[in-house]
Design a protein around this ligand. Structure first.
Ligand SMILES: NC(=O)c1ccc[n+]([C@@H]2O[C@H](COP(=O)([O-])OP(=O)(O)OC[C@H]3O[C@@H](n4cnc5c(N)ncnc54)[C@H](O)[C@@H]3O)[C@@H](O)[C@H]2O)c1
Length: 372
């Protein structure tokens, strides 16, 4: 983003308002209200009762039903938008045009061109546009990113993510658009250079006749012949949240439903003795198995949304893009759009649109070959 016109001093308490007081909005309201960096000044919902209930529970913020009136207030620095995806574009654009910083729920929008317009508007106005990719603020995901960055896992060979449970069959979106943003945003956050696969193949099933995929699998090729696989399902009687990152040195398993040992790092794997053999001879290479120790990294105890609202405050006062900015939201959206195209094409792999990586005001392509 460009330099903000009016960066508040780092010690000023910022003022937030939450738009949308349904299922997720109350969690945002509670975290803004309990953060030392924020005052929660208002909660806005078309449904007056919901707004009042959430405002009361969050310590007495003002309840409102008009977004226009909320955005006209000059005592609001940032708005958090927790309404259905189809409303994000109009609400985000109105908030940015009113000079507010914005954090918007996942998925950033229901259409890639809409997301591009939101990102351009924020950049032109020097305002923060953040996507609430909540899982990226969990201690487990922060640790996974650190371990990958430090080379503890070696080269990434595969990622396998399972997110299945008895879920609410959503009115407006299929299971990919509802659940896979979590897996895709985690992948985008932990993989060096983010997640920009060339293509995605999606297989979905609608065994209930709900009119949309309720069970789905995504296959995303990763650099160097690696692959990521995502399994999302609203119909599973058991809840599983399992995320495995296989590396050439170690393999990591994150079981989010096991608070005693969420992360396990296995010093186990398969090695191919290929020295002195060229690629064509690999089938004759010797295979050996490493059967070393398993350990469990210590994780901080903290609520992800507390870290998310702190990151929003830091990005505003430091005049920088947040960790999960609009571009991260757009990368996830590009994959969801390609997944929908793949579903319509019977599971054929479909290309994923590539976005230029913006560094300051230049793109990474323009910087190739120059010292940075
Ligand atoms: N980050 C996460 O882990 C997470 C979890 C759940 C939902 N979400 C996201 O949060 C968003 C909302 O989901 P939800 O399940 O809370 O939906 P919901 O339907 O329960 O609540 C949406 C609320 O928005 C209000 N609303 C709709 N349009 C409005 C408008 N124009 N102005 C003011 N209020 C308006 C509705 O009255 C409703 O109260 C979605 O984008 C969803 O994907 C994120």
């Amino acid at each position: 983003m460009d330099s903000p016109l009016d960066t508040p001093p780092p010690d000023r308490i910022l003022r937030a308002a939450v738009i949308g007081a349904g299922y997720w909005g109350p969690n945002l309201a509670r975290n803004f209200a309990s953060s030392p960096r924020w005052d929660l000044v208002a909660v806005c919902d078309l449904d007056a009762e919901r707004a009042a209930k959430v405002a009361r529970a969050a310590g007495g913020a003002q309840a409102m039903t008009s977004v226009d009136e909320l955005l006209a207030r000059d005592d609001v620095d940032a708005v958090a938008i927790a309404t259905p995806a189809r409303t994000h574009h109009a609400l985000v654009m109105a908030a940015l045009r009113a000079g507010k910083h914005v954090v918007v729920e996942k998925p950033i929008a229901d259409d890639v061109d809409a997301a591009r317009e939101m990102i351009a508007e924020a950049a032109a106005r020097g305002l923060v546009l953040m996507t609430d990719h909540t899982f990226c603020y969990t201690p487990a995901v922060v640790k996974i990113r650190e371990l990958i960055e430090a080379g503890e896992l070696g080269e990434i060979l595969f990622v396998d993510s399972v997110r299945i449970n008895l879920g609410l069959v959503q009115q407006d979106v299929d299971v990919f658009w509802d659940l896979a943003p979590h897996d895709l945003s985690i992948l985008d956050y932990i993989l060096p250079g983010g997640l920009q696969p060339e293509s995605v193949a999606a297989h979905g099933a609608d065994p209930l006749g709900a009119g949309k995929a309720c069970v789905g699998h995504l296959v995303l090729p990763l650099p160097g012949g690696a692959v990521a696989h995502v399994n999302v399902n609203w119909l599973s009687p058991t809840k599983i949240r399992s995320f495995t990152v296989g590396g050439s040195r170690r393999t990591l398993v994150w079981d989010d439903l096991n608070p005693q040992q969420r992360l396990s790092v296995y010093d186990r794997g398969v090695d191919l003795e290929t020295q002195a053999l060229d690629r064509l001879d690999r089938k004759h290479a010797t295979i050996s198995y490493r059967l070393g120790d398993t350990w469990s990294p210590a994780l901080k105890e903290r609520e992800a949304l507390g870290a998310m609202v702190a990151e929003l405050a830091d990005s505003i006062t430091q005049g920088r893009a947040p960790l999960t900015d609009g571009a991260a939201g757009l990368r996830v959206l590009n994959i969801l759009a390609a997944a929908s195209a793949s579903l319509a094409a019977g599971g054929d792999a479909c290309p994923v649109a590539m976005e230029p990586v913006v560094i300051g005001t230049e793109t990474r392509d323009e910087l190739v070959g120059e010292p940075v």
